[in-house]
Design a protein around this ligand. Structure first.
Ligand code: 0RQ
Length: 502
Protein backbone atom coordinates (compact mmCIF):
# COMPACT_ATOMS: atom_id res chain seq x y z
CA UNK A 1 0.00 0.00 0.00
CA UNK A 2 1.99 2.96 -1.26
CA UNK A 3 0.07 5.42 0.98
CA UNK A 4 2.90 4.59 3.41
CA UNK A 5 5.24 6.20 0.88
CA UNK A 6 4.19 9.83 0.95
CA UNK A 7 7.16 11.08 -1.08
CA UNK A 8 7.01 10.92 -4.89
CA UNK A 9 10.84 10.87 -5.17
CA UNK A 10 10.91 7.59 -3.32
CA UNK A 11 7.93 6.04 -5.09
CA UNK A 12 9.88 5.92 -8.36
CA UNK A 13 12.33 3.48 -6.73
CA UNK A 14 9.75 0.77 -5.96
CA UNK A 15 10.76 -2.68 -7.25
CA UNK A 16 10.45 -6.36 -6.33
CA UNK A 17 12.55 -8.01 -3.62
CA UNK A 18 14.34 -10.08 -6.30
CA UNK A 19 15.24 -6.95 -8.26
CA UNK A 20 16.51 -5.29 -5.08
CA UNK A 21 18.53 -8.36 -4.07
CA UNK A 22 20.18 -8.29 -7.50
CA UNK A 23 21.77 -4.98 -6.48
CA UNK A 24 23.90 -6.70 -3.83
CA UNK A 25 27.20 -8.21 -4.98
CA UNK A 26 29.24 -11.06 -3.52
CA UNK A 27 31.87 -9.86 -1.05
CA UNK A 28 29.89 -6.81 0.03
CA UNK A 29 29.13 -5.86 3.62
CA UNK A 30 25.42 -5.44 4.24
CA UNK A 31 23.98 -3.60 7.25
CA UNK A 32 20.53 -4.96 7.99
CA UNK A 33 17.87 -3.73 10.35
CA UNK A 34 16.50 -6.04 13.02
CA UNK A 35 16.73 -6.47 16.75
CA UNK A 36 15.41 -9.56 18.58
CA UNK A 37 12.82 -10.51 15.99
CA UNK A 38 11.55 -6.95 15.46
CA UNK A 39 11.93 -4.62 12.49
CA UNK A 40 14.09 -6.89 10.33
CA UNK A 41 13.69 -6.81 6.53
CA UNK A 42 11.15 -9.47 5.57
CA UNK A 43 11.68 -9.90 1.82
CA UNK A 44 15.13 -8.91 0.50
CA UNK A 45 17.25 -11.31 2.65
CA UNK A 46 15.24 -14.35 1.47
CA UNK A 47 15.44 -13.14 -2.14
CA UNK A 48 19.19 -12.75 -1.66
CA UNK A 49 19.41 -16.26 -0.19
CA UNK A 50 17.72 -17.66 -3.33
CA UNK A 51 20.19 -15.76 -5.48
CA UNK A 52 23.12 -17.09 -3.44
CA UNK A 53 21.80 -20.64 -3.74
CA UNK A 54 21.63 -20.33 -7.53
CA UNK A 55 25.14 -18.87 -7.70
CA UNK A 56 26.53 -21.61 -5.45
CA UNK A 57 24.85 -24.30 -7.57
CA UNK A 58 26.61 -22.82 -10.60
CA UNK A 59 29.92 -23.10 -8.77
CA UNK A 60 30.25 -19.36 -8.04
CA UNK A 61 30.90 -18.76 -4.38
CA UNK A 62 28.63 -15.89 -3.22
CA UNK A 63 29.04 -14.67 0.33
CA UNK A 64 28.38 -11.41 2.13
CA UNK A 65 29.11 -9.81 5.48
CA UNK A 66 25.97 -9.42 7.58
CA UNK A 67 25.82 -6.70 10.23
CA UNK A 68 22.63 -6.16 12.22
CA UNK A 69 21.30 -4.64 15.43
CA UNK A 70 21.07 -7.95 17.25
CA UNK A 71 19.33 -11.27 16.54
CA UNK A 72 16.82 -11.25 13.69
CA UNK A 73 14.58 -14.08 12.45
CA UNK A 74 14.66 -17.27 10.34
CA UNK A 75 13.84 -15.26 7.18
CA UNK A 76 17.14 -13.39 7.60
CA UNK A 77 19.77 -15.22 9.66
CA UNK A 78 18.27 -18.65 9.04
CA UNK A 79 17.83 -18.23 5.28
CA UNK A 80 21.31 -16.79 4.66
CA UNK A 81 23.04 -19.35 6.91
CA UNK A 82 21.16 -22.20 5.25
CA UNK A 83 22.74 -21.37 1.86
CA UNK A 84 26.15 -20.72 3.47
CA UNK A 85 25.95 -17.13 2.25
CA UNK A 86 27.58 -15.34 5.18
CA UNK A 87 31.35 -14.97 5.61
CA UNK A 88 31.16 -12.64 8.62
CA UNK A 89 28.30 -12.13 11.04
CA UNK A 90 28.09 -9.48 13.79
CA UNK A 91 27.21 -8.41 16.49
CA UNK A 92 24.64 -10.86 18.09
CA UNK A 93 22.69 -13.83 16.79
CA UNK A 94 20.52 -16.56 18.24
CA UNK A 95 19.54 -18.52 15.14
CA UNK A 96 19.99 -22.33 15.25
CA UNK A 97 21.29 -22.67 11.66
CA UNK A 98 23.60 -19.69 12.07
CA UNK A 99 24.88 -21.10 15.35
CA UNK A 100 25.57 -24.47 13.69
CA UNK A 101 27.60 -22.83 10.91
CA UNK A 102 29.60 -20.78 13.41
CA UNK A 103 30.35 -23.78 15.61
CA UNK A 104 31.32 -25.87 12.56
CA UNK A 105 33.86 -23.18 11.67
CA UNK A 106 32.04 -22.32 8.43
CA UNK A 107 31.08 -18.75 9.35
CA UNK A 108 33.15 -16.07 11.07
CA UNK A 109 31.33 -14.43 13.94
CA UNK A 110 32.37 -11.30 15.78
CA UNK A 111 30.53 -10.90 19.06
CA UNK A 112 30.85 -7.28 20.23
CA UNK A 113 29.14 -5.05 22.80
CA UNK A 114 25.96 -3.71 21.19
CA UNK A 115 26.82 -0.12 22.16
CA UNK A 116 30.18 -0.43 20.40
CA UNK A 117 28.89 -1.37 16.95
CA UNK A 118 28.11 2.12 15.63
CA UNK A 119 31.37 3.69 16.78
CA UNK A 120 33.36 0.70 15.52
CA UNK A 121 31.84 1.18 12.07
CA UNK A 122 32.30 4.96 12.15
CA UNK A 123 35.95 4.49 13.09
CA UNK A 124 36.40 2.31 10.02
CA UNK A 125 37.59 -0.72 11.99
CA UNK A 126 35.22 -3.07 10.15
CA UNK A 127 35.91 -1.91 6.63
CA UNK A 128 33.41 -0.39 4.26
CA UNK A 129 29.65 -0.75 4.61
CA UNK A 130 28.42 -1.21 1.04
CA UNK A 131 24.68 -1.64 1.36
CA UNK A 132 22.00 -1.05 4.00
CA UNK A 133 18.77 -3.06 3.97
CA UNK A 134 16.42 -1.39 6.42
CA UNK A 135 12.76 -1.92 7.23
CA UNK A 136 10.76 1.25 7.88
CA UNK A 137 7.10 1.85 8.72
CA UNK A 138 6.74 4.63 6.15
CA UNK A 139 8.23 7.65 4.41
CA UNK A 140 7.06 11.21 5.04
CA UNK A 141 6.16 13.79 2.34
CA UNK A 142 9.54 15.45 2.79
CA UNK A 143 11.47 12.20 2.53
CA UNK A 144 12.24 11.30 6.14
CA UNK A 145 11.93 7.69 7.28
CA UNK A 146 9.49 6.50 9.94
CA UNK A 147 11.40 3.85 11.90
CA UNK A 148 9.91 0.41 12.42
CA UNK A 149 9.51 -1.73 15.57
CA UNK A 150 13.25 -1.65 16.25
CA UNK A 151 15.87 1.06 15.79
CA UNK A 152 19.10 -0.88 16.37
CA UNK A 153 21.96 0.42 14.22
CA UNK A 154 19.75 1.72 11.41
CA UNK A 155 20.85 5.35 11.75
CA UNK A 156 24.46 4.28 11.29
CA UNK A 157 23.68 1.88 8.42
CA UNK A 158 21.75 4.59 6.54
CA UNK A 159 24.54 7.12 7.04
CA UNK A 160 27.46 4.82 6.31
CA UNK A 161 26.24 2.69 3.40
CA UNK A 162 26.85 3.66 -0.22
CA UNK A 163 23.44 2.32 -1.24
CA UNK A 164 20.28 1.93 0.80
CA UNK A 165 17.50 -0.58 0.14
CA UNK A 166 14.34 0.23 2.08
CA UNK A 167 11.57 -2.20 2.89
CA UNK A 168 8.35 -0.36 3.67
CA UNK A 169 6.26 -2.70 5.79
CA UNK A 170 2.58 -1.78 5.92
CA UNK A 171 1.98 -4.47 8.55
CA UNK A 172 3.78 -2.27 11.10
CA UNK A 173 1.43 0.00 13.02
CA UNK A 174 1.04 3.56 11.75
CA UNK A 175 1.02 4.62 15.39
CA UNK A 176 4.80 4.00 15.46
CA UNK A 177 5.22 7.47 13.96
CA UNK A 178 6.42 9.78 16.73
CA UNK A 179 7.51 7.04 19.13
CA UNK A 180 11.21 7.09 18.25
CA UNK A 181 13.98 9.37 19.39
CA UNK A 182 16.85 9.32 16.91
CA UNK A 183 19.84 11.18 18.31
CA UNK A 184 22.17 12.80 15.77
CA UNK A 185 24.64 14.25 18.27
CA UNK A 186 27.19 11.43 18.58
CA UNK A 187 30.68 12.04 17.25
CA UNK A 188 34.12 10.46 17.38
CA UNK A 189 36.89 11.53 19.76
CA UNK A 190 38.19 14.18 20.25
CA UNK A 191 34.90 15.87 19.33
CA UNK A 192 32.53 14.12 21.70
CA UNK A 193 30.04 15.99 23.86
CA UNK A 194 27.94 14.74 26.79
CA UNK A 195 24.79 12.85 25.78
CA UNK A 196 22.10 15.19 27.20
CA UNK A 197 19.84 12.46 28.56
CA UNK A 198 19.24 12.69 32.31
CA UNK A 199 15.86 10.96 32.70
CA UNK A 200 14.50 7.88 30.93
CA UNK A 201 11.68 10.02 29.46
CA UNK A 202 13.98 12.62 27.88
CA UNK A 203 13.72 13.08 24.16
CA UNK A 204 17.03 14.35 22.80
CA UNK A 205 16.68 13.67 19.07
CA UNK A 206 14.05 13.51 16.36
CA UNK A 207 11.32 10.96 15.50
CA UNK A 208 12.65 10.16 11.98
CA UNK A 209 15.78 8.95 10.19
CA UNK A 210 17.33 11.45 7.82
CA UNK A 211 18.37 10.06 4.44
CA UNK A 212 20.03 11.38 1.31
CA UNK A 213 17.51 10.36 -1.42
CA UNK A 214 20.37 9.91 -3.90
CA UNK A 215 21.49 6.89 -1.87
CA UNK A 216 18.17 5.05 -2.12
CA UNK A 217 18.79 2.20 -4.55
CA UNK A 218 15.49 0.38 -4.10
CA UNK A 219 12.23 0.44 -2.27
CA UNK A 220 10.43 -2.81 -1.60
CA UNK A 221 6.90 -2.98 -0.22
CA UNK A 222 6.05 -5.70 2.28
CA UNK A 223 3.17 -6.61 4.54
CA UNK A 224 4.57 -9.17 6.97
CA UNK A 225 4.49 -9.68 10.69
CA UNK A 226 7.50 -9.48 13.00
CA UNK A 227 8.42 -12.93 14.25
CA UNK A 228 8.94 -13.80 17.88
CA UNK A 229 8.55 -16.92 19.91
CA UNK A 230 5.99 -17.36 22.63
CA UNK A 231 7.11 -17.40 26.25
CA UNK A 232 6.52 -20.55 28.19
CA UNK A 233 4.82 -19.84 31.52
CA UNK A 234 7.54 -19.28 34.12
CA UNK A 235 8.72 -22.58 35.67
CA UNK A 236 9.36 -23.06 39.36
CA UNK A 237 13.07 -22.17 39.19
CA UNK A 238 12.34 -18.90 37.37
CA UNK A 239 9.66 -17.97 39.90
CA UNK A 240 12.03 -18.64 42.78
CA UNK A 241 14.77 -16.57 41.15
CA UNK A 242 12.26 -13.75 40.68
CA UNK A 243 11.24 -14.08 44.34
CA UNK A 244 14.84 -13.72 45.53
CA UNK A 245 15.37 -10.62 43.39
CA UNK A 246 12.17 -8.95 44.62
CA UNK A 247 13.11 -9.62 48.22
CA UNK A 248 16.56 -8.16 47.57
CA UNK A 249 15.12 -5.01 45.98
CA UNK A 250 12.73 -4.50 48.93
CA UNK A 251 15.67 -4.92 51.27
CA UNK A 252 17.66 -2.28 49.35
CA UNK A 253 14.74 0.16 49.59
CA UNK A 254 14.46 -0.55 53.30
CA UNK A 255 18.19 0.14 53.73
CA UNK A 256 17.79 3.44 51.87
CA UNK A 257 20.07 2.37 49.03
CA UNK A 258 17.27 2.48 46.46
CA UNK A 259 14.32 4.89 46.17
CA UNK A 260 10.80 3.49 46.66
CA UNK A 261 10.17 3.36 42.92
CA UNK A 262 13.63 1.75 42.44
CA UNK A 263 15.91 2.98 39.64
CA UNK A 264 15.50 2.42 35.88
CA UNK A 265 15.33 -1.31 35.16
CA UNK A 266 17.15 -3.22 32.45
CA UNK A 267 16.07 -6.76 31.86
CA UNK A 268 17.52 -9.26 29.40
CA UNK A 269 15.57 -11.63 27.22
CA UNK A 270 14.25 -15.07 28.16
CA UNK A 271 11.88 -16.72 30.55
CA UNK A 272 13.66 -15.83 33.80
CA UNK A 273 13.70 -12.15 32.88
CA UNK A 274 10.01 -12.36 32.11
CA UNK A 275 9.30 -14.07 35.44
CA UNK A 276 11.08 -11.23 37.27
CA UNK A 277 8.95 -8.69 35.43
CA UNK A 278 5.72 -10.50 36.29
CA UNK A 279 6.93 -10.67 39.88
CA UNK A 280 7.30 -6.88 39.82
CA UNK A 281 3.76 -6.64 38.48
CA UNK A 282 2.47 -8.42 41.59
CA UNK A 283 4.94 -6.66 43.88
CA UNK A 284 4.80 -3.49 46.00
CA UNK A 285 6.70 -1.08 43.73
CA UNK A 286 4.92 1.79 41.94
CA UNK A 287 6.12 4.40 39.47
CA UNK A 288 8.82 2.15 38.01
CA UNK A 289 10.86 3.16 34.97
CA UNK A 290 12.90 1.14 32.48
CA UNK A 291 16.05 2.03 30.55
CA UNK A 292 16.64 -1.14 28.65
CA UNK A 293 17.29 -2.79 25.32
CA UNK A 294 14.12 -4.66 24.55
CA UNK A 295 10.52 -4.35 25.67
CA UNK A 296 9.25 -7.85 26.33
CA UNK A 297 5.79 -9.06 27.38
CA UNK A 298 6.49 -8.48 31.05
CA UNK A 299 7.35 -4.80 30.44
CA UNK A 300 4.14 -4.32 28.51
CA UNK A 301 2.13 -5.87 31.35
CA UNK A 302 3.79 -3.46 33.77
CA UNK A 303 2.85 -0.53 31.55
CA UNK A 304 -0.73 -1.78 31.26
CA UNK A 305 -1.10 -2.18 35.00
CA UNK A 306 0.27 1.32 35.54
CA UNK A 307 3.25 0.12 37.59
CA UNK A 308 5.75 1.17 34.94
CA UNK A 309 5.41 4.83 34.02
CA UNK A 310 7.92 4.93 31.17
CA UNK A 311 10.13 2.58 29.21
CA UNK A 312 13.03 3.44 26.93
CA UNK A 313 14.45 0.72 24.67
CA UNK A 314 15.75 0.09 21.17
CA UNK A 315 13.24 -2.60 20.16
CA UNK A 316 10.12 -4.53 20.97
CA UNK A 317 10.62 -8.24 21.66
CA UNK A 318 7.12 -9.56 22.13
CA UNK A 319 5.33 -12.88 21.89
CA UNK A 320 2.84 -13.19 19.02
CA UNK A 321 -0.11 -12.58 21.38
CA UNK A 322 1.41 -9.51 22.98
CA UNK A 323 2.37 -8.20 19.55
CA UNK A 324 -1.19 -8.45 18.25
CA UNK A 325 -2.45 -6.73 21.35
CA UNK A 326 0.13 -3.94 21.14
CA UNK A 327 -0.43 -3.28 17.47
CA UNK A 328 -4.17 -2.99 17.97
CA UNK A 329 -3.65 -0.41 20.67
CA UNK A 330 -0.25 1.17 20.09
CA UNK A 331 -1.42 4.78 20.30
CA UNK A 332 -2.32 4.18 23.96
CA UNK A 333 1.31 3.37 24.82
CA UNK A 334 2.86 6.08 22.71
CA UNK A 335 3.62 8.57 25.46
CA UNK A 336 5.16 5.90 27.68
CA UNK A 337 7.48 4.12 25.25
CA UNK A 338 10.54 5.62 23.52
CA UNK A 339 12.63 3.68 21.01
CA UNK A 340 16.23 4.85 20.53
CA UNK A 341 19.32 3.80 18.54
CA UNK A 342 21.16 1.01 20.37
CA UNK A 343 24.24 3.17 20.85
CA UNK A 344 22.01 5.34 23.08
CA UNK A 345 19.80 2.64 24.69
CA UNK A 346 23.04 0.89 25.69
CA UNK A 347 25.26 3.94 26.18
CA UNK A 348 27.68 3.45 29.12
CA UNK A 349 27.55 7.16 30.00
CA UNK A 350 23.77 7.19 30.21
CA UNK A 351 23.49 3.84 32.02
CA UNK A 352 25.99 5.03 34.63
CA UNK A 353 24.25 8.40 35.04
CA UNK A 354 20.74 6.94 35.41
CA UNK A 355 21.91 4.25 37.83
CA UNK A 356 20.30 1.35 36.00
CA UNK A 357 19.47 -1.92 37.80
CA UNK A 358 20.72 -4.52 35.31
CA UNK A 359 19.32 -8.07 35.34
CA UNK A 360 20.78 -10.52 32.84
CA UNK A 361 20.85 -14.25 32.24
CA UNK A 362 24.06 -16.27 32.22
CA UNK A 363 25.24 -19.79 31.41
CA UNK A 364 27.65 -20.22 34.31
CA UNK A 365 29.48 -18.32 37.03
CA UNK A 366 32.52 -19.33 39.00
CA UNK A 367 33.04 -19.23 42.73
CA UNK A 368 34.66 -15.78 42.47
CA UNK A 369 31.82 -14.37 40.38
CA UNK A 370 33.24 -14.31 36.85
CA UNK A 371 30.37 -14.88 34.42
CA UNK A 372 30.10 -16.76 31.13
CA UNK A 373 27.05 -15.71 29.06
CA UNK A 374 28.06 -17.03 25.67
CA UNK A 375 30.12 -20.22 25.36
CA UNK A 376 29.11 -23.80 26.16
CA UNK A 377 32.06 -25.71 27.63
CA UNK A 378 34.47 -22.98 26.61
CA UNK A 379 34.29 -23.28 22.84
CA UNK A 380 30.75 -23.47 21.47
CA UNK A 381 28.86 -20.23 20.92
CA UNK A 382 25.30 -20.04 22.24
CA UNK A 383 24.13 -16.53 21.25
CA UNK A 384 26.46 -13.67 22.09
CA UNK A 385 27.16 -11.05 24.74
CA UNK A 386 24.46 -8.75 23.36
CA UNK A 387 23.97 -5.76 25.58
CA UNK A 388 24.69 -7.55 28.82
CA UNK A 389 28.22 -6.13 29.02
CA UNK A 390 27.12 -2.57 28.30
CA UNK A 391 24.69 -2.74 31.20
CA UNK A 392 26.63 -4.92 33.66
CA UNK A 393 29.76 -2.78 33.78
CA UNK A 394 27.92 0.51 34.10
CA UNK A 395 24.90 -0.44 36.21
CA UNK A 396 24.17 0.83 39.72
CA UNK A 397 23.48 -2.79 40.63
CA UNK A 398 24.49 -5.57 38.26
CA UNK A 399 22.57 -8.83 38.74
CA UNK A 400 23.17 -12.14 36.91
CA UNK A 401 20.76 -15.04 37.15
CA UNK A 402 20.50 -18.70 36.15
CA UNK A 403 19.03 -21.96 37.40
CA UNK A 404 21.74 -23.64 39.54
CA UNK A 405 21.92 -26.65 37.21
CA UNK A 406 21.34 -27.35 33.50
CA UNK A 407 20.68 -30.50 31.44
CA UNK A 408 18.69 -32.26 34.15
CA UNK A 409 21.39 -31.73 36.72
CA UNK A 410 24.30 -33.01 34.61
CA UNK A 411 25.78 -29.48 34.55
CA UNK A 412 26.38 -27.24 37.54
CA UNK A 413 26.02 -23.58 36.56
CA UNK A 414 28.32 -22.76 39.48
CA UNK A 415 31.82 -24.04 38.72
CA UNK A 416 35.34 -23.64 40.12
CA UNK A 417 36.43 -21.59 37.08
CA UNK A 418 34.27 -20.45 34.15
CA UNK A 419 35.20 -21.98 30.81
CA UNK A 420 34.87 -18.57 29.10
CA UNK A 421 34.63 -15.05 30.55
CA UNK A 422 32.22 -12.38 29.35
CA UNK A 423 31.78 -10.45 32.58
CA UNK A 424 34.73 -10.32 34.93
CA UNK A 425 34.03 -10.44 38.65
CA UNK A 426 34.35 -6.64 38.78
CA UNK A 427 31.15 -6.31 36.74
CA UNK A 428 29.15 -8.84 38.74
CA UNK A 429 27.63 -7.65 42.00
CA UNK A 430 24.77 -10.05 42.61
CA UNK A 431 24.37 -13.71 41.59
CA UNK A 432 21.00 -15.43 41.80
CA UNK A 433 19.85 -19.01 41.34
CA UNK A 434 16.67 -20.70 42.56
CA UNK A 435 18.73 -21.70 45.63
CA UNK A 436 19.32 -18.13 46.73
CA UNK A 437 20.94 -14.76 46.14
CA UNK A 438 24.60 -13.91 46.71
CA UNK A 439 25.21 -10.20 47.34
CA UNK A 440 28.88 -9.84 46.46
CA UNK A 441 29.20 -6.09 46.90
CA UNK A 442 32.01 -5.12 49.21
CA UNK A 443 33.54 -8.59 49.37
CA UNK A 444 37.06 -9.80 48.53
CA UNK A 445 37.49 -12.83 46.22
CA UNK A 446 37.72 -15.32 49.10
CA UNK A 447 34.65 -13.81 50.80
CA UNK A 448 32.80 -13.91 47.47
CA UNK A 449 33.59 -17.61 47.02
CA UNK A 450 32.06 -18.55 50.39
CA UNK A 451 28.86 -16.57 49.83
CA UNK A 452 28.47 -17.77 46.23
CA UNK A 453 28.78 -21.45 47.16
CA UNK A 454 26.55 -21.15 50.25
CA UNK A 455 23.76 -19.19 48.58
CA UNK A 456 23.72 -20.23 44.93
CA UNK A 457 25.10 -23.74 44.40
CA UNK A 458 22.77 -26.71 43.94
CA UNK A 459 22.91 -29.14 46.91
CA UNK A 460 24.21 -31.87 44.55
CA UNK A 461 27.32 -29.78 43.82
CA UNK A 462 27.71 -27.66 46.95
CA UNK A 463 30.07 -29.97 48.82
CA UNK A 464 32.23 -30.56 45.76
CA UNK A 465 32.60 -26.80 45.31
CA UNK A 466 33.46 -26.37 49.01
CA UNK A 467 36.06 -29.14 48.71
CA UNK A 468 37.62 -27.48 45.68
CA UNK A 469 37.78 -24.13 47.44
CA UNK A 470 39.22 -25.56 50.68
CA UNK A 471 41.82 -27.50 48.70
CA UNK A 472 42.68 -24.41 46.70
CA UNK A 473 43.12 -22.40 49.90
CA UNK A 474 45.78 -24.88 50.94
CA UNK A 475 47.43 -25.75 47.65
CA UNK A 476 47.23 -22.58 45.51
CA UNK A 477 50.53 -20.74 45.08
CA UNK A 478 48.79 -17.47 46.02
CA UNK A 479 46.01 -16.75 48.50
CA UNK A 480 44.31 -13.81 46.75
CA UNK A 481 42.16 -15.83 44.31
CA UNK A 482 43.04 -19.43 45.14
CA UNK A 483 42.88 -21.91 42.26
CA UNK A 484 44.32 -25.32 41.53
CA UNK A 485 45.00 -24.86 37.84
CA UNK A 486 45.08 -28.53 36.89
CA UNK A 487 41.64 -29.04 38.48
CA UNK A 488 39.94 -25.71 37.76
CA UNK A 489 38.35 -26.88 34.51
CA UNK A 490 38.11 -30.58 35.43
CA UNK A 491 34.31 -30.31 35.82
CA UNK A 492 33.94 -29.23 32.19
CA UNK A 493 36.35 -31.90 30.98
CA UNK A 494 34.34 -34.53 32.88
CA UNK A 495 31.12 -33.33 31.24
CA UNK A 496 32.65 -33.48 27.77
CA UNK A 497 34.01 -37.00 28.39
CA UNK A 498 31.24 -38.53 30.48
CA UNK A 499 28.15 -36.37 29.90
CA UNK A 500 27.99 -35.20 33.49
CA UNK A 501 29.94 -32.98 35.88
CA UNK A 502 29.14 -35.31 38.76
O1 0RQ B 1 19.80 -25.40 26.44
O2 0RQ B 1 17.44 -25.58 25.77
O3 0RQ B 1 19.21 -27.10 24.81
O4 0RQ B 1 18.50 -27.32 27.22
O5 0RQ B 1 21.62 -23.27 27.56
O6 0RQ B 1 19.45 -21.96 28.89
O7 0RQ B 1 18.27 -21.77 31.07
O8 0RQ B 1 16.93 -21.70 28.89
O9 0RQ B 1 18.47 -19.84 29.66
O10 0RQ B 1 17.03 -18.79 27.80
O11 0RQ B 1 17.63 -17.64 29.97
O12 0RQ B 1 19.37 -18.07 28.21
C1 0RQ B 1 22.79 -16.90 28.86
C2 0RQ B 1 21.90 -18.08 26.85
C3 0RQ B 1 20.52 -17.85 28.93
C4 0RQ B 1 20.93 -15.85 27.51
C5 0RQ B 1 21.55 -17.16 28.03
C6 0RQ B 1 21.79 -24.48 28.31
C7 0RQ B 1 20.39 -24.87 28.71
C8 0RQ B 1 19.60 -24.47 27.48
C9 0RQ B 1 19.58 -21.92 27.52
P1 0RQ B 1 18.64 -26.43 26.02
P2 0RQ B 1 18.17 -21.37 29.64
P3 0RQ B 1 17.99 -18.55 28.88
C10 0RQ B 1 19.97 -8.31 26.69
C11 0RQ B 1 20.93 -9.15 27.41
C12 0RQ B 1 23.55 -13.21 26.59
C13 0RQ B 1 22.95 -11.95 26.01
C14 0RQ B 1 22.29 -11.08 27.03
C15 0RQ B 1 21.89 -15.05 26.65
C16 0RQ B 1 20.28 -23.20 27.03
O13 0RQ B 1 20.55 -15.07 28.60
O14 0RQ B 1 22.05 -15.31 25.48
O15 0RQ B 1 22.35 -11.29 28.23
N1 0RQ B 1 22.57 -14.04 27.26
N2 0RQ B 1 21.63 -10.06 26.55
O16 0RQ B 1 20.32 -26.24 29.02
C17 0RQ B 1 25.97 -25.63 29.20
C18 0RQ B 1 25.75 -24.34 31.14
C19 0RQ B 1 24.41 -24.05 30.75
C20 0RQ B 1 23.94 -24.60 29.56
C21 0RQ B 1 22.36 -23.40 30.48
N3 0RQ B 1 26.28 -23.84 32.25
N4 0RQ B 1 26.49 -25.11 30.33
N5 0RQ B 1 24.71 -25.39 28.79
N6 0RQ B 1 22.67 -24.17 29.43
N7 0RQ B 1 23.41 -23.31 31.31
C22 0RQ B 1 19.28 -8.90 25.47
C23 0RQ B 1 20.07 -8.73 24.19
O17 0RQ B 1 21.23 -8.53 24.20
C24 0RQ B 1 19.39 -8.82 22.90
Amino acid sequence: SSDRIRSATFRSKIMSADEAAALIASGENVGMSGFTGAGYPKAVPSALARRIETANAAGQRFRIGVWTGASTAPELDGALAEVDGVHMRLPYQSDPTCRKRINAGEMEYMDIHLSHVAQTVWSGFLGKLDVAVVEVAGITEDGRLIPSSSVGNNKTWIEQADRVILEVNSWQSEALEGMHDIYYGTDLPPNRKPIPLVRTTDRIGEPYFRIDPAKVAALVETHASDRNSAFTPPDEASCRIAGHILEFLEHEVHKGRLPKNLLPLQSGVGNIANAVLSGLNDGPFEGLTAYTEVLQDGMLDLIKSGKLSCASATAFSLSPDALTELNADLARYRDRIILRPQEISNHPEVIRRLGVIAMNGMLEADIYGNVNSTHLMGSQIMNGIGGSGDFARNAYISIFMTPSVAKDGAISCLVPMVSHVDHTKHDVQVLVTEQGLADLRGLSPKQRAKVTIDKCAHPDYRDALRDYYQDALVRAHGKQTPHILEEALAWHVRYLRQGTMK
